[in-house]
Design a protein. Sequence first.
Length: 103
Amino acid sequence: MSDHTRSDVEPVTDRVHHNSWSANLEKPVHGDRRDAIVAGAIEAVEHTAPGYHVNLVTHGAHGRPEEYLGPILGEEFGELVEWSYVEQCGCGGHVLRVHVYER
């Protein structure tokens, strides 16, 4: 289990996704607490089946997510993931796409 896990934040998902999907990390708690975005991002990647990707839709309050999530995702998952910045949403949030490879 990751050191970034937060039990006081609502889970991003409750199942493993065997398809590409999007994780909503734009709720008010995510704007207030970057650690909630980090914990949610790790949880989302852990719940994405190999061969698929998850779009991490992050709150705009913390800027572009590759700046702070990239190093953490690399530390947590190493070569099992590859991420790329997609775009800034019209609402001010950002999308980071994370491809998950075979474990």
